[in-house]
Write a protein that binds this ligand. Structure first.
Ligand SMILES: Cc1ncc(COP(=O)(O)O)c(C=O)c1O
Length: 465
């Protein structure tokens, strides 16, 4: 053979059409499959040959393995009975955007290596400042700016590194603060960054961080010669979607000179609806903010939306310029080079799928979809409230309902097992105040009232009256 056996455009067209058809058929039939696969560890690997093929295979065989290998080992996050964790929505427009972005295959580390990758991202992130009513100073034409990151965990790590870099003595004994309900990614990020101390601040009855306790902790660390430098407030905690009070936390951080990062991974996108924006009161006091379009804004993983109030603080911390990346556009100072806004150098063209999601649904379409989920959650919570054997374990917030059995943890555990055993739905758990709790997270793309009713019937039957 005189050249590598690459796929021709015609072959790509033929196989591609077949795979688009396969994916569309999957979307149509996913509701018939059990949400969780029934496989034991190692079952999937046992279906695979021990060694990689020496010769290229026929596409008929490769496609056949979707049904033989992939589907049997798939947990169906796009199932209408998905009520576990938080949603990870993969809408049609975003999947198509992902496909085309992969086909174009642009690596947009610098403006010059992908002008549209950069400018479309900047533009859509500016749109979202307006759509989510974020502080105007976070727009790219002001002091701030937005960037798409891989995940909320990566976004917080970038914030931590920027917060440390601006300190006069980064070798000082640094302390970070978050509440006891903060997502584990913050502790992990701090570990990665080598920050020695994380103080988990007490929460109130609403499971929100207590600003008075934050102030006390900052003062105690100062008095002991340590350097408080970073605080993470959460809007929508993972266990119960509790909201930390931004304004008093922000005031405490500003007075003490701390970088305030806001982790709104799940709940932040809800601010596209004006009635859900009260959580943002005090947001102008934050230094950075992250929310995940890849959870509840119909954009398939990965697509974390990250803004900073002062982009210079971020880019000065993360910019290292080797000779081989020098170019005229960067030197002109007239462009954004997103490689300076996060840890990785290379970056995918993720803005395309986000752009298409926003254009396909329109802001009104997105609002309507989120409102529908919240309304279904409110009805579900009401059913729990009036059930003789169940109780709400936390107030219903947005699309999340936390409940437990009145007979205690063992009964709640048995309830979860019975409900998931049916296969048509999937629910996960958490622990709140030491109690085992069942979380019903509504928001998978195809979930409708009929699926929530099905979940309720299963819970009602398993709970007993
Ligand atoms: C509040 C909160 N922060 C952070 C994360 C982590 O998100 P990611 O997977 O984007 O890192 C989650 C995930 O559910 C979350 O609920």
């Amino acid at each position: 053979m005189s050249h590598a056996p690459h796929m021709t455009a015609d072959e790509f067209r033929r196989v591609g059409h077949e795979l688009v058809e396969w994916t569309a058929a999957y979307m149509e039939r996913v509701h018939e499959l059990p949400v969780q696969p029934s496989v034991a560890p190692g079952d999937i690997r046992a279906l695979l040959p021990a060694a990689a093929p020496e010769q290229g295979e026929r596409w008929e065989a490769i496609i056949a393995d979707l049904d033989r290998v992939v589907i049997p080992g798939t947990t169906h996050w796009q199932h209408p009975g998905w009520f576990g964790y938080f949603p990870a929505n993969a809408s049609g427009p975003s999947v198509l955007g992902e496909m085309v972005a992969a086909g174009i295959g642009m690596q947009g580390m610098l403006w010059s290596t992908g002008p549209v990758c950069t400018e479309l991202e900047t533009h859509v992130m500016d749109w979202l400042v307006d759509l989510l009513a974020l502080p105007a100073a976070w727009r790219s034409d002001r002091t701030g700016g937005g960037v798409i990151q891989h995940s909320a965990s990566d976004a917080a790590l970038s914030a931590i590194v920027a917060a440390r870099y601006r300190l006069p003595d980064p070798a000082a004994e640094l302390v970070a603060y978050a509440s006891t309900e903060t997502h584990s990614s913050i502790a992990k990020d701090l570990r990665v960054a080598g920050i020695p101390h994380l103080r988990l601040i007490e929460i109130d009855d609403e499971r929100a961080m207590r600003p008075d306790r934050l102030r006390e902790a900052i003062a105690a660390d100062r008095a002991a010669g340590r350097v408080p430098f970073f605080c993470c407030a959460t809007l929508g905690t993972t266990s119960s979607l509790a909201f930390d009070p931004l304004r008093p936390i922000g005031e405490a951080c500003r007075e003490a000179g701390l970088w305030l990062h806001v982790d709104a991974a799940m709940a932040g996108v809800a601010a596209i609806c004006p009635e859900f924006r009260s959580m943002h009161d005090g947001l102008e006091l934050a230094s950075s903010y992250a929310t995940n379009a890849h959870k509840w804004l119909f954009t398939n993983f990965d697509c974390d939306l990250f803004w900073v109030a002062d982009r210079a603080a971020l880019t000065s911390a993360l910019s290292i310029l080797p000779e081989y990346l020098r170019n005229a556009a960067s030197a002109s100072g007239a462009v954004i080079d997103y490689r300076d806004w996060h840890v990785p150098l290379g970056r995918r063209f993720r803005a395309l799928k986000l752009w298409w999601v926003i254009r396909h649904y329109g802001a009104e379409g997105l609002r309507a979809a989120l409102r529908e989920d919240v309304a279904l959650a409110a009805e579900f919570a009401e059913r729990v409230r009036t059930h003789p054997s169940l109780e709400l374990a936390a107030p219903q917030r947005l699309s999340l309902v936390c409940l437990c059995h009145r007979d205690g943890d063992d009964a709640t555990r048995a309830l979860l097992t019975a409900v998931n055993a049916d296969g048509s739905v999937f629910v996960t758990h958490t622990v709140l105040d030491g109690r085992y709790i069942l979380r019903v997270s509504i928001g998978a793309l195809p979930t409708e009232r009929v699926h929530v009713d099905r979940l309720w019937d299963l819970i009602d039957r398993a709970a007993g009256r």
